[in-house]
Design a protein around this ligand. Structure first.
Ligand code: FAD
Length: 399
């Protein structure tokens, strides 16, 4: 049976980035990905890279396309019923910025690097089970069971990393008694479109409107990404392109500004949920990224959290394989969870600040209005928002 040091389930940003970080330290990995290369390279999802994520891409020598095609943003616009305000990240964070660069572009860069290094990356390899992962490191080997073109295969590894997203198989392998999960459902969803039209804004617009939240994001000088708050039970078939543009025009309207329209390239509805698994390690199985936690997209944290998990995990795995030092691996969960809960807090704050909760709670609406005024009128509130948006400092394991 083939064998490797680290078996990675999933070639999303978490799995691929982990593979690159470990390859740079000569730790052997095999990545198994259910979908085709084409599919993972064209899956449109997140698009905001924190300051630290940009630095990681650069450190791996993967920044050239990102710096060429990505858009550096120094702030965001918050809009409340037609009144637009600018939050300047540079002013509040000592000059930090974010990069607008599609997740699928990050994935393309990581796939290209892995293939150029001739490292093991298996597409259309669906993992069905992981066995023998309980127990101490170094005593026994987990086995990853997967299939390719209907043929059952197995991979032995010293450590398995489940980076297979929220719907993946890795978390399901853990007995319910060994973990606790915390979750929150929101009474709204996001309808997202990708449109072939020059962005009507230089930086992201987050708009609260009496008809619901709307957002104008960007992907490139000729492609825009826009979102509308919709009911989670809504069907995309009920939203013609015309209806979407009409609603965006109303919710994003601001005096002296106009929204350009163009052909809709892609559209879909995504439910909004917060979810955390504790711990993130089960013997020789480690969970990373969406496999362990998800956030509502309002804070632009999902992809960035996936990257920071694997940065912490890679440092710990490198110590372990170089010298047998297990302390980083022992602290992996605690170290990541501190940051994850900070991100949950920020994402929940942004979400509840900007969405209609669908109830008739007028007291709640006035509190929401007070929080909206505070964030644009108080320097300390704007600073807190900016620090969280560009990304909190990476918490390394306490060694
Ligand atoms: C529709 C959508 C829109 C989003 N929009 C935003 C946004 O605007 N902003 C933001 O910050 N975040 C957004 N997110 C969240 C962000 O995209 C995720 O946080 C990020 O993808 C996490 O990366 P990951 O590598 O942990 O997981 P994923 O990207 O989910 O990667 C997991 C990989 O594992 C593979 N896999 C699953 N099961 C198996 C199996 N059994 N065997 C082998 N492989 C398997 C999957 O095919 C996938 O390639 C969005 C998420 C979704 C679903």
């Amino acid at each position: 049976m083939p064998e490797t040091q680290v078996g990675i389930v999933g070639a999303g940003p978490a799995g691929l980035m982990l593979g690159e970080l470990l390859a740079a330290a000569d730790v052997e990995t095999v990545i198994l990905e259910d979908r085709s290369r084409d599919y993972v390279e064209s899956r449109v999802r997140a698009g905001v890279l924190e300051h630290g994520t940009v630095e990681r891409m650069d450190a791996l020598g993967l920044g050239s396309r990102m710096h060429r095609d990505g858009l550096v943003h120094h702030g965001i616009y918050l809009q409340f019923n037609g009144e637009r305000h600018h939050i300047d990240f540079g002013e509040h964070t000592g000059g930090k910025s974010i990069m607008v660069y599609g997740q699928q572009e990050v994935v393309k860069d990581l796939v290209a690097a892995r293939l150029a290094g001739q490292r093991d990356l298996n597409f259309e390899a669906k993992v069905s089970r992981i066995t023998d992962f309980n127990g101490p490191l170094g005593e026994g080997m987990p086995t990853v069971h997967y299939s390719v073109s209907g043929l059952d295969k197995e991979l032995n590894c010293q450590i398995v990393v489940g980076a297979d997203g929220y719907h993946g198989v890795s978390r399901q392998m853990v007995s319910p008694g060994s973990m606790r999960t915390y979750s929150r459902e929101y009474p709204y969803a996001w309808l997202g479109i990708l449109a072939e039209v020059e962005p009507s804004t230089d930086e992201l617009i987050y708009a609260f409107h009496d008809r619901g939240f709307a957002m104008h994001s960007l992907r490139s000088p000729s492609v825009s990404r826009l979102y509308l708050q919709v009911d989670p039970t809504d069907s995309i078939d009920a939203w013609s392109d015309e209806r979407i543009w009409e609603e965006l025009q109303v919710r994003l309207h601001a005096g002296g500004w106009s929204l350009k329209e163009g052909p809709v390239l892609e559209k879909g509805i995504t439910p909004m949920r917060s979810f955390v698994t504790e711990p993130m390690r089960f013997g020789r199985l480690f969970l990373a990224g969406d496999a362990a936690h998800i956030v509502p997209p309002t804070g632009a944290k999902g992809l960035n959290l996936a990257v920071t998990d694997v940065v912490v995990l890679a440092a710990a795995l490198i110590d372990y394989f170089r010298s047998g030092d297990q302390r980083g691996l022992d602290q992996y969960s605690d170290s990541c969870l501190k940051r994850i809960w900070q991100a949950q807090n920020f994402s929940t704050m942004m979400t509840t600040l900007l969405h209609l909760d669908g109830t008739d709670d007028q007291f709640g609406r006035r509190l929401q209005r007070a929080r909206q005024q505070q964030v644009v009128n108080s320097r300390s509130a704007a600073k807190t928002l900016s620090e969280n948006y560009v990304g909190l400092p990476l918490a390394e394991p306490n060694r």
